[in-house]
Structures are given as C-alpha cells and as structure tokens.
Write a protein that binds this ligand. Structure first.
Ligand code: SF4
Ligand code: SF4
Length: 342
C-alpha cells in the first residue's frame, strides 16, 4: 500500500467511514464445501440465512453496488459470495467502473468457471482463488471446482492462491512445502496466501488447530517464506498468528471493514465470518496483516493501532454529530463534543 493510500484511509476514518468494504454479491454457489462459513446457520446472526435472502442480478445488482461504493467511498472492496463468478456478466460491467473510481478490488472465488484473460488489464484487481490443500484433499471437498478444472480456468489469468490451513493439514509435516512447490511452478500464480481455520466459539472438530499445531505452522511459514518468495506473508504478519486480537473490538480488520450480505443491506458482524467467531483462535490473513500494521511504531512509542483507535473514535463521534438521528447514546454525543473540542 502506498503512503497516499494510508493517508486516504486515515482521512476516511477521521470522517467516520470504513476504508474497506466486503460484499456478498450473490447467495448462489455451485459448491457445497464442508465448513463453509457463508452458508452456516449462524452466519447472519441466526434469524435468517444467506440462502433465504433476496439477492440481485443484472443491472439492478450493478447499480446497487455502485451506489454503496459511491456512498461509502472505500479504498478496497472485496466481492465474495456465494461465489461472485456466478454473476460474471455483472462483474464485466462492475470491474471497469470500480477501476475508474480508483478502488482496489478483490474477487474471492473457487474458479469454477473461466477467469477471463482480459481481466488482467485491471491494475487494481486481485482475483483470489480458494484452494483447500493439495489435490486429493481439495478435490474431495470442493468438487466440481477440482484442481483439473481450476488449472484450465486460470490458464490465461493472473491470480492469488489462498488456502486455509486446517488441523488435518497442520498434522502433516511437509504438506505446506509441497503445496508451495506445486503452485510456485505455475506461471498464472502471482502470490500465495495462507489463513488458519477460524472456528466459532465452542466449536469442536478436526479442522481446528491445537495450540501446538499453530506454533508448528508459524515456524514452518517463517521458514517457507524465505525459501518460496511466492508466499506473500511478512514475518510480522506470520508472528501475529500466535497472539490474535482478543475480541472484534480489538481487531483492526473487523473495525475497518463494512461487511454486507447478498440483500445488500444485512450487515455481517462482527467480521466476515459472521456468527460468534472465536477471536482467540483466529487465523484470518487479513486480520493478522492489519494487526501487524497496528503494532508498527509511527512516532516514538505511538503505534499505528493506537493512532487508529483514537482516529476511529473521532470519526464515530463526528458521524454521530453529523447524523444526530442515528442510534447513539447521549453519553456518546457528549463524548463526541469533548473529543472534537479538545
Ligand atoms: S465455494 Fe466458497 S461460498 Fe461456495 S460453498 Fe465453498 S466455501 Fe462456501
Ligand atoms: S477477523 Fe478474526 S480476530 Fe477479527 S473479529 Fe473476526 S474472528 Fe475476531
């Protein structure tokens, strides 16, 4: 990220806006992956589920998404689902519009259909393909988006590979290195990211990593990032996995991202996982990345995270003053005056 982006993000936060927007642009997906959080019954808080929402198609979807982008003015937009490639015709219209607005856009997909070669012309676009481990494990979980199909569908594109490490994978020494060896050899791959599986509070099962497995994965990633430059994860980010944010309030990623579901109005809280994610076992690369930025010292002992929290408080207070009828407490309004007058 360039210094101008950081300044833009900071200015937005001071004005009460979130610099990042994540939109589930469709409720549809041809896959039925085990452990998919988007289709989990608790994802939208328990009162409704993603499949029960009314979503949009065609011109209406394009118009509504652009209206949200123009209102929220994010620096970064993630288009997720369901699988956003279900709406690839709409994406063909949306992507040039987002690029023209200077918005960094990320599409997260299973690559169940071809990623058009022409999309490489968008300099602000990152297409992220989700891969669940090596071929045997992946194909079992993600058919019909098998390795064979993905390799055909990304052949003319440039993509980022994102893989979520589960307990089953962490228990197999050498697995991550084999994964990196395979994808490093592919010219279509720009970079590889890993997240660790993040459970909901109280969940059990073999996908959840033990604390020993988390430590082992961290050591392995610290070694592999040197050996495989395609692994785009800094040392600071990887080390954050050992001490994730204590709560959503403590998570800069959750606090800076506005996450909306397929009806384009239901908010997903507290973060993209929805429900009640167990922050103490979080392994989301975005959360770890921003936590690492948050621990960076800006001036003296002042960290970027402390600066963000003060700026965020000012921004929220400013928004409350500008929109006096939005739900807020008298104490918050008093605090807003105090902060703005001090
Ligand atoms: S491709 Fe993504 S949205 Fe679709 S079922 Fe799998 S994890 Fe869920
Ligand atoms: S991204 Fe991780 S740390 Fe942040 S709120 Fe969600 S589960 Fe918690």
């Amino acid at each position: 990220m360039k210094a101008t982006n950081v300044l833009q993000a900071w200015a937005g936060i001071l004005a009460g806006r979130k610099p990042s927007l994540s939109i589930e642009i469709t409720k549809e997906c041809p896959l039925r992956c085990p452990g998919c959080y988007a289709f989990d019954a608790g994802h939208l808080g328990g009162e409704t589920e993603l499949r029960q929402l009314s979503d949009f198609k065609g011109e209406e979807l394009v118009k509504n998404i652009l209206a949200i982008v123009d209102r929220e003015k994010p620096l970064h937009v993630s288009l997720v689902g369901g699988d956003p490639l279900v709406r690839y015709r709409e994406l063909e219209i949306l992507l040039p519009e987002l690029e023209a607005r200077g918005v960094h856009t990320q599409i997260v997909t299973s690559a169940f259909r071809v990623i058009p070669a022409e999309w490489s012309r968008f300099t602000l676009l990152n297409v992220v393909v989700s891969i669940d481990g090596l071929q045997p494990e992946h194909d079992e979980r993600r058919k019909p988006a098998t390795y064979e199909r993905i390799l055909k569908n990304i052949a003319a594109a440039k993509v980022t590979i994102h893989s979520t490490i589960t307990g089953n994978i962490a228990a197999r020494p050498g697995y991550l290195e084999e994964f990196l060896r395979f994808w490093s050899a592919r010219p279509e791959i720009r970079k590889v990211w890993f997240s660790l599986f993040t459970p909901q509070v109280g969940a059990t099962g073999p996908e959840i990593l033990t604390s020993e497995q988390r430590s082992f994965v961290v050591q392995d990633l610290l070694r592999l990032r040197v050996q495989y430059p395609i692994l785009d994860m800094g040392e600071g980010l990887i080390k954050e996995i050992l001490s994730p944010p204590k709560s959503p309030e403590d998570c800069i990623f959750a606090q800076t991202t506005h996450t909306i579901s397929a009806d384009l109005k239901t908010k997903i809280t507290p973060c993209q996982f929805g429900g009640e994610p167990d922050c103490s076992q979080c392994g989301c690369i975005a959360s770890m990345g921003l936590a690492a930025v948050g621990h960076h010292r800006v001036v003296g002992s002042l960290t970027a995270g402390q600066l963000f929290r003060v700026s965020d408080q000012i921004g929220r207070s400013w928004r409350a003053l500008k929109h006096p009828f939005i739900r807020t407490t008298p104490a918050a309004k008093t605090s807003a005056f105090n902060i703005l007058q001090s």
